[in-house]
Design a protein around this ligand. Structure first.
Ligand SMILES: [Cu+2]
Length: 121
């Protein structure tokens, strides 16, 4: 009968489709609320610039640049510095209402280090 063949195949497909090992620019779209959302800070930009997260999802901030960077979420109290080379896990999204927010690095706004954060309801 078929199940003995189909079950390993299904597991293989799940493994291939898991976003955890890919990193980079696909975050938010398929991951649901499991695991943190990753934001990379470089000189001088957020990667990606458009970030989608679930309410309360943890955020991993990785500063891969040479300069001190920052995540400020406009209209909220969130204002987090990340030293050059540092990676920090933050629960800054807790308490944020679903919606769209502008994010900036307060040190490099003039250099265009801005983005958008969408909190899904
Ligand atoms: Cu910056």
């Amino acid at each position: 009968m078929m199940p003995r063949i189909l079950i390993p195949l299904a597991l293989a497909l799940v493994a291939l489709g898991a976003p955890a090992c890919g990193g980079g620019d696909g975050n938010g779209d398929g991951g649901g609320a499991s695991g943190p959302v990753e934001i990379v800070l470089v000189d001088n930009a957020f990667q990606p610039t458009a970030i989608t997260a679930a309410a309360g999802q943890e955020v991993v901030l990785s500063n891969e640049g040479q300069a001190l960077h920052n995540l400020t979420i406009e209209g909220t109290d969130v204002d987090v510095d990340v030293s050059a080379g540092a990676t920090e896990t933050e629960d800054v999204l807790e308490g944020l209402a679903p919606g769209s927010y502008d994010i900036v690095c307060k040190y490099h706004v003039a250099e265009g280090m801005t983005g958008t954060l969408t909190i899904e309801g």
